[in-house]
Design a protein around this ligand. Structure first.
Ligand code: CA
Length: 451
């Protein structure tokens, strides 16, 4: 009996494989290329596919139209480095003490992605991938944290949290740029240089499989843009918004170049592309306010309000993921790690303790339940918990608030007194998760923190 059931399954599996071939999807590529595009400090509202009107983002819109955009796409940190630590490890970064941005430069051998944490680059390299980081690292500047020691065969970019885009008036090159530890005399506007290097990486590894992590510093401060692009946005009166528009246009063009190169190289159907912003737009706090907008969300970068943690979020894989789909269940950048591993055929081990979920079956419509029962945040004294439509959040010195995001996306009506049981149950769930976390390995320094 058991044998016949097994045979029936084999027949069914064979039929399904055949059906997939007939419907044009072809055999599943053994190891698709993985491209992760990360924007820096881009606001939730600042993409055409979220309704942005004053800054066209045709290439990001085309990317979204080619795949699945997630309206409830989150990042696990409300600012740069923690989100990147979560992405590369696939784990809530507070589990290993990476709660805040690292500072201290090359001499600080504590503040950086702990070396006992295995990265996505390590894992994909182990699966035969060529691995490259182009852009911003921000996971520690001490040599022991260098990306070339964290699974990346190739690194072009800078180690810190922010960088100039242009050659300074008295200088000869864009500061701090290196290739695999060697200083580079970069003359080009940095976002354009990152695009150039990304294309070069694709060209050199087009035989695949490759993993390209293209971590733009756009649209993070300093506010540097090219004259040509600034001219395009003369219609924007507010100077900061205008410069932001020119910086965002450069990033959008870079995304377009990467997609065009994948297409002309015949790699579209063999490349899974992810795009998200590392945190919400810094609209009102700290030193990095850049003219971004998060409407209709409330709050800013550095906050666990939606404006700090809900971001533009897209998955695209031609022929494997539906085109033009809108996915509304909450997902998080930790899932990018798990989804990339699944696409690459890397089976996660239980001891990796990943918090992310492989989203392919959800985005393909093969699974309909929510991928996560709950999503969690801790950022110093701030916290948040997302559970279904509900959100429990503490974002300042006042007590936790309870919001229903389905009815109140702007987090304006605290329902904690109306829903005391739900409040208690959610708080208990968050406390249980919080008890699993480490104390931060280094401190946050509030608004003066190098962002
Ligand atoms: Ca950021």
């Amino acid at each position: 009996m058991r044998g016949s059931v097994a045979r029936a399954w084999i027949v069914l599996a064979a039929l399904l494989a055949l059906a997939c071939g007939v419907c044009g999807a072809g055999p599943r590529p053994a190891k698709p290329n993985i491209v992760i595009l990360v924007a820096d400090d881009q606001g939730f509202a600042d993409v055409g596919f979220h309704g942005c009107k004053d800054i066209p983002t045709p290439n990001l819109d085309a990317l979204a139209a080619s795949g699945v955009r997630c309206t409830n796409g989150y990042v696990s940190g409300p600012y740069c480095s923690p989100t990147r630590a979560g992405l590369l490890t696939g784990r809530y970064q507070q589990r290993f003490g990476h709660e805040f941005n690292p500072g201290g430069g090359r001499m600080n051998d504590i503040a950086g992605l702990p070396v006992d944490q295995v990265t996505l680059a390590d894992r994909l390299k182990g699966a035969g991938y060529a691995t490259g980081l182009v852009g911003k690292w921000h996971l520690g500047a001490h040599p022991k944290f260098h990306p070339n020691r964290r699974g990346f065969d190739e690194f072009f970019g800078f180690l810190g949290g922010a960088n100039a885009y242009v050659v300074p008036p008295q200088g000869t090159s864009v500061p701090n740029i290196q290739r695999n530890g060697e200083p580079v005399q970069e003359k080009e506007y940095l976002t354009d240089a990152l695009a150039r290097e990304a294309l070069s990486f694709i060209d050199r590894h087009r035989g695949g499989p490759f993993f390209l992590y293209l971590a733009f510093n756009a649209v993070h401060t300093p506010m540097h843009a090219t004259d040509e692009r600034l001219k395009r946005f003369e219609g924007i009166a507010e100077p900061r918004r205008r410069t932001y528009a020119a910086m965002l246009a450069a990033m959008d063009e870079a995304v377009g170049k990467v997609r065009e190169r994948l297409r002309t190289a015949g790699l579209e159907e063999n490349t899974l592309v992810f795009y998200f912003s590392d945190n919400g737009g810094p609209t009102m706090m700290g030193t990095t306010v850049n003219g971004s907008r998060n409407a209709p969300l409330r709050g800013s970068k550095r906050q666990t309000l939606e404006g700090g943690i809900r971001v533009p979020f897209v998955f695209s894989w031609k022929g494997r993921l539906p085109a033009g789909k809108v996915y509304e269940q909450p997902v998080i950048q930790l899932d990018v790690h798990s989804t990339a591993l699944a696409a690459a055929g890397v089976e996660p081990k239980p001891e990796w303790k990943l918090d992310g979920v492989d989203l392919l079956p959800y985005l393909q419509g093969r699974k309909s339940e929510p991928p996560h029962e709950r999503l969690y945040w801790r950022f110093g004294e701030q916290m948040a918990l997302r559970q279904g439509d509900w959100k429990l959040v503490k974002y300042d010195a006042t007590p936790m608030k309870l919001y229903n995001l389905a009815r109140d996306i702007g987090e304006s009506q605290d329902l904690s007194e109306k829903e005391p049981e739900r409040f208690r149950e959610m708080e208990a769930a968050w406390q249980k998760w919080n008890a699993e976390l480490m104390k931060p390995l280094w401190g946050g320094r509030g608004a003066r923190d190098a962002e």
